[in-house]
Design a protein around this ligand. Structure first.
Ligand SMILES: N[C@@H](CCC(=O)N[C@@H](CS)C(=O)NCC(=O)O)C(=O)O
Length: 220
């Protein structure tokens, strides 16, 4: 199989997992070469293609270059036989799927990153920020919990879509590092849907084994 494209990023970036899952479901090969954050993305070669210098960054075999992980995911989703399943077909289906992709980025991932950065020693820990951010994440989880009643997949169809992949990617560092057993117990439908998503064929190979933190540690 000729490679469809290359995605550049540091390893285990949730913003990459969703695209790699979509590539698997579409039978497309997307390579993810070795990359050193702060080095590879500062080289003149990288900046010539991706002047913003952020990752993920994507280059298709046809020369198309893209940044913004959801645009990359959409491009790869549009480019294979699972396109209708992943992105929907009617205007209403497509907009609903986009709604959850935007929700995943703005209402979950942004907060999860605020919670995770002090645990990766990339930002000082601040208790007030931690508590207010946890409240925001829990508001989103409560909304998702209710929405999932009677639904196997977020957009309501019979198969997963990019909505599920974006939300699961946004939550992956959260469940692994911060949203511990006490939080998980409040949102059983979310946890069940999350496991269903990340254990799906094609997704598990991209996301790796799901990790759940038992008790969140407070960074010192
Ligand atoms: N909205 C962008 C966010 C990309 C982003 O913030 N990437 C970070 C790493 S996760 C980055 O490359 N930071 C390097 C920098 O700020 O120079 C997306 O979804 O792709």
């Amino acid at each position: 199989m000729a490679p469809f494209g290359t995605i550049y990023s540091y390893p285990n970036n949730p913003r990459v997992m969703k695209t790699l899952a979509v590539a698997n479901l579409n039978g497309l090969e997307v390579s993810n070469p070795e990359f050193k954050m702060g080095e590879t993305n500062r080289t003149p070669e990288f900046l010539a293609k991706f002047p913003f210098g952020k990752v993920p960054a994507f280059e298709a075999a046809d020369g198309t270059t893209l940044v913004e992980s959801d645009a990359i995911m959409q491009f790869v989703a549009e480019s294979g036989p699972a396109s209708a399943q992943l992105l929907g077909t009617t205007p209403a289906e497509r907009a609903l799927i986009s709604q959850w992709v935007f929700f995943a980025d703005g209402e979950i991932l942004a907060h999860v990153i605020t919670l995770v950065l002090p645990r990766l020693k990339l930002r000082p820990y601040d208790e007030a920020t931690e508590n207010s951010t946890l409240e925001k994440v829990e508001r989103s989880l409560a909304y998702l919990e209710k929405h999932l009643a009677g639904r196997a997949w977020v957009a309501g169809g019979e198969k997963l879509t990019v909505a599920d992949l974006s939300l699961a990617a946004a939550l992956s560092w959260g469940f692994a590092m911060v949203l511990d057993a006490e939080v998980q117990a409040k949102y059983p439908a979310v946890v069940e849907w999350y496991k269903r998503t990340v254990e799906s064929e094609g997704v598990k190979q991209a996301f790796g084994e799901a990790k759940f933190v038992e008790k969140r540690e407070i960074p010192q």
